[in-house]
Design a protein around this ligand. Structure first.
Ligand code: UDP
Ligand code: ZN
Ligand code: ZN
Ligand code: FE
Length: 313
């Protein structure tokens, strides 16, 4: 178990062969339901250590070969169980108050993670849908607290920093201000839109209107508005086609302990269906080249999501 680095691209591979033994869509038993060995009773949201973690506070010695670079898989992996109700389909089906409770556990975990100097990044994400390989359907999201910054975030950090140096403004703030053609939903504190540069057939980026670079900077009202914005946006993803859409949601924020004038907290949601309801695969162009291909325009997708968010949620 270790974190290996690709010297050609700077990307990492989290090697954790023990994860192969994690339960795969089991019938009749759910480790996240109330009364399971690790959950107990009397809770409505729960942050659990991941039983099959990619990073751990007590990592084994990395397998290394000279020439190549690897580091200990040090860190923390959590599962956030967002409701005790097994049969809720998605986060968007929960009341706003319940989503706020879940988000508060994320904030608390992020605060706690800032105290450990060996940790560099707090990565919060959510995989939804059996079609994209979710191993347990009980509503949950995940947190990896890592000793490295995820390369995609590092790329955004580099571009945002360069813009800030030249223009003296946050590039994300500039984008949020300009994105009025492809708005999906907007409330007091947050704006959800399909960006001009979307890569997936249905995609939403959810930004706080106020410039903050970490989730720990959000106040109570901002968390409530975030819960509302996520609920409405995910509702649109669920209802825009005939069947609930599998999706990936990730949070991008500044590395732990940094409050940056040039980087802006945001959530990115990638819908995995094409407009005809077939799964979109990241194939040759996408996986091999980083070249995403779209058969529709982000403008059309945003319009459909906007109509759904307004009508049916
Ligand atoms: N898991 C756990 N306790 C269990 C069973 C599973 O912590 O008793 C973890 C498992 O390691 C997995 C997560 O729950 O990481 C479920 O995550 P999901 O299916 O969303 O994605 P995966 O991580 O499997 O790709
Ligand atoms: Zn369950
Ligand atoms: Zn900003
Ligand atoms: Fe981003």
């Amino acid at each position: 178990m270790e974190i290996r680095k690709n010297p050609l691209t700077g990307e990492y591979t989290l090697v954790s062969p023990h994860r192969l033994s994690r339960p795969w869509q089991p019938e009749g038993f759910c480790p996240f339901c109330p009364g399971a060995p690790e959950t107990g009773h009397g809770w409505d949201v729960l942050l659990l250590p991941n039983r099959y973690p990619v990073v751990t506070p007590t990592p084994p010695k990395p397998y290394t070969e000279d020439f190549y670079v690897a580091q200990e898989a040090y860190g923390r992996a959590y599962v956030l169980v967002e409701t005790s109700q097994h049969d809720v389909d998605d986060l968007s089906d929960l009341p706003i108050g319940q989503i706020v409770k879940a988000l508060k556990l994320v904030v608390e975990a992020a605060r706690e993670s800032e105290r450990d100097e060996k940790l560099a990044y707090f990565f919060y994400f959510r995989n939804k849908g059996r079609e994209i390989g979710v191993s347990l359907t009980h509503p949950h999201s995940q947190i990896y607290v890592l000793p490295v910054v995820p390369p995609r975030v590092a790329l955004e950090l580099a571009h945002s920093k360069r813009w800030y140096k030249r223009r003296g403004e946050c590039l994300h703030c500039a984008i949020v201000k300009r994105e009025d053609k492809r708005v999906i939903y907007e409330n007091r504190g947050w704006k959800s839109f399909t960006p001009y540069y979307a890569r997936w057939p249905f995609e939403a980026h959810v930004y706080p209107k106020r410039h903050v670079s970490s989730i720990v900077e959000l106040g109570e009202d901002e968390l409530v508005d975030l819960a509302d914005a996520l609920k409405k946006t995910l509702c649109a993803f669920k209802n825009v086609l005939e069947k609930p859409m599998p999706y990936i949601m990730v949070m991008h924020q500044a590395p732990l302990r940094l409050r940056l004038p040039y980087y802006h907290l945001h959530f990115e949601i990638y819908g995995m269906y094409r407009p005809d309801g077939r799964l979109k695969y990241a194939a040759g162009a996408e996986t091999g080249g980083g070249l995403f291909t779209l058969e529709t325009t982000p403008e059309e997708a945003a319009q459909k999501l906007k109509e759904t968010a307004a009508r049916r949620c």
